[in-house]
Design a protein around this ligand. Structure first.
Ligand code: NAP
Length: 307
């Protein structure tokens, strides 16, 4: 694969940025990658493990002269970081982000984007429950979706180059508008995370089930909730505060369906339960058919692997 940008700057050096760096290196997609993280500790780790060709001590230093600057910080921090780097952005450069919510990020960042700089928001639909500079790996985006959310007046050439860049990092790319993105993600990611957090919280509160039993017998379904509920608290706090409307809309529907299932159980309406579960099983089938998960028993996970 050939170089797409001369210089890429990654602001924030956690799971997503470090995975981007290794994916960029895997295919030689940039001449130089600079990076910046807020804490000295993360910058030291990055230098130790060779994460980025050059780790800078300020976001502005990292962004200066870059052809592509990607904001890889929690959604709630995007505006502050954009304000900090705006004065040094090179004319003709592209500024993008990887935030899990789009409308709020666009509203927070767009006012700072200088004339002559192209803003092309993006969101790779790939992640793990791990965070920090050591958690990334080059394959994270392979065969996953990356949604580009061009804003009004986004330059078509810079959108096309960013698309090429994400494709070269292994992703399938699609374009979507911000409102639709936030609703889709509320269904597929944000509400499920909140439900997982709730379920794990309930088990924690339910002292009749001892801790050891919860842990010992977790493979019966609970374990998958615990994996999701182990996700980064800062990131997810920001996601819910930023995608408030769509998440509340989906949770409202969820609650109605939950009440209907609850009533079916109480009244012994087996047909309702059976029909419902048949419908949901078909959704699982279509996810596997789309190549977005494995059919292997145990979700393809090694039973001895503690993830
Ligand atoms: P992460 O591993 O927790 O890393 C976050 C990075 O941002 C760290 O380098 C951190 O610096 C820096 N940071 C945190 N707060 C900051 C602030 N107020 N100002 C400046 N820098 C700050 O996070 P991640 O999982 O890579 O997520 C990054 C972005 O990607 C988020 O917007 C998230 O919504 C999005 N995203 C995440 C996933 C996922 O599954 N994790 C998937 C798709 C998109 P320090 O280390 O110095 O604290």
């Amino acid at each position: 694969m050939s170089q797409v940008y001369d210089r890429v700057a990654l602001i924030g050096l956690g799971l997503i940025a470090s995975s981007m760096f290794w994916a960029i290196k895997r295919s030689g997609l940039a001449g130089e990658v600079t990076g910046y993280a807020r804490s000295q500790e993360t910058r030291d780790i990055a230098r130790q493990i060779g994460l980025c060709d050059r780790v800078c001590d300020s976001a502005a230093d990292a962004a200066k002269g870059a052809d592509l600057v990607v904001l890889c910080v929690p959604v709630g921090a995007m505006g502050v970081v954009a304000a900090e780097i705006a004065p040094v952005l090179k004319p003709g450069a592209t500024i993008s982000d990887v935030g899990s919510v789009k409308r709020d990020v666009i509203d927070a960042v767009a006012p700072y984007v200088p004339q002559g700089v192209h803003f092309v928001p993006a969101h790779p639909l790939a992640g793990t429950e791990h965070s920090g500079p050591k958690s990334g790996f080059a394959e994270l985006f392979d065969n996953r979706w990356c949604l580009l959310v061009p804003t009004q007046g986004s330059d078509p050439d810079s959108v096309a180059t960013l698309r090429k860049f994400w494709e070269a990092m292994g992703a399938n790319v699609n374009e979507m508008d911000a409102e639709h993105h936030d609703l889709v993600l509320a269904v597929t990611s944000h509400a499920p995370h909140l439900i997982a957090y709730t379920m794990v919280g309930v088990a924690d509160d339910l002292r009749r089930v001892t801790d050891s039993e919860v842990i010992e017998y977790s493979a019966a379904g609970f374990r998958d909730f615990t994996r999701i509920a182990a996700s980064d608290p800062t990131m997810w706090r920001d996601v819910f505060l930023s995608n408030k409307e769509a998440t509340l809309e989906i949770l409202g529907r969820f609650t109605e369906e939950l009440f209907a299932l609850q009533r079916a159980i109480r009244t012994g309406d087996g047909d309702h339960l059976f029909d419902y579960f048949t419908r949901t099983r078909a959704i699982r089938r279509s996810i596997i058919d789309a190549g977005q998960d494995t059919e292997a028993p145990n979700f393809g996970r090694d039973p001895g692997h503690k993830e």
